[in-house]
Design a protein around this ligand. Structure first.
Ligand code: HSE
Length: 291
């Protein structure tokens, strides 16, 4: 059995902690033979555990503690700590591993609830489970399990990920956010998000991209941690891209472009920072797949 989970890009600007898309980079977990103890074969770096302390197995064994130990093989092309849902992909794969090996029969809805409870942000995990574009909310204050969400088709466009060669931890990127802001500002921030989502649903990417760049919730506070954001906004404006936003907690910046603008935009991004990884991606429509 092989479990494949896509990367995700959360927020889409004003859809902070609520909107996300699934992307064509993947974590794969292959289940090999039974063994005396759990063992994960991978080449993801010495700091990633190969035993039960690995996040994948912590999650799987919490949900299904009596699973028979197995050898597993893990591969991933989702860069770590870059705002592309690398840890979400591991959490989602752990839930699916328990689901399949432990015959838990979890529904999609239940997987979204469990993953959100563990990760804390539905915008990171829900698209990895469902694929495509997801709008969700999480009642943090009420400490409820319920995570209402809607999956919808995200319009076709080219997607470029500008992935800096530095890590940014979500905790650091959240520490610069304010505890509160005014009612008036919140109403405006919410209205901008509403228009962004409605524009996506209407396949109006020029308007969606414009609204993505009008975020009031988080990007202005995080700008100092991601110095390239302002430069990339300018490239988008000059080259006729739909728009760009900080992917999750950053530092990756996601750029949405019409097909004929991609090549030139990618060249300019390379010139901006030759050490950054620049990937052309597409929307993953399926979410978790088990082969
Ligand atoms: N919505 C979350 C954030 C995603 O921007 O902090 C990253 O966990």
């Amino acid at each position: 059995m092989k479990i494949r989970v896509p990367a995700t890009s959360a927020n889409l600007g004003p859809g902070f902690d609520s909107c996300g898309i699934a992307l064509s980079m993947y974590l794969c977990v292959e289940v090999l033979e039974d063994s005396d103890s759990w063992e994960i074969q991978h080449t993801l770096g010495a700091e990633i555990p190969t035993d039960e302390t690995n996040l994948l197995l912590q999650i799987a064994l919490k949900l299904a503690p009596t699973l028979t130990p197995k050898k597993l093989k893990m591969t991933s092309d989702i860069p770590l700590a870059r705002g592309l849902g690398s840890s979400s992909s591991v959490i989602v794969a752990g839930i699916e591993l328990a689901n399949r090996l432990g015959n838990l029969n979890l529904s999609e809805k239940r997987k979204v609830e469990i993953a959100t409870q563990i990760e804390g942000h539905p915008d990171n995990v829900a698209p990895a489970i469902t694929g495509d574009f997801v709008v969700a909310c999480h009642f943090n204050e009420r400490k409820e399990d319920s995570v209402p969400y809607v999956k919808h088709y995200f319009p076709e466009c080219d997607i470029i990920a500008f992935i800096p060669n530095t890590e940014l931890l979500t905790s650091e990127s959240r520490s610069v956010l304010p505890d509160s802001f005014s009612y008036k500002e919140a109403v405006e921030a919410s209205a901008i998000a509403n228009v962004m989502i409605a524009a996506v649903l209407n396949s109006n990417l020029p308007l969606a991209g414009q609204m993505m760049q009008e975020d009031r919730w988080h990007e202005r506070y995080r700008g100092k941690l991601v110095p390239h954001l302002a430069d990339i906004r300018q490239i988008c404006r000059e080259e006729g891209a739909y728009g760009c936003y900080l992917s999750g907690a950053g530092p990756t910046i996601l750029i949405l472009t019409p097909e004929d603008k991609t090549e030139k935009t990618m060249k300019l991004l390379h010139a901006l920072d030759s050490r950054a990884q620049i990937e052309q991606l597409s929307i993953d429509r399926e979410g978790i797949q088990v082969f």
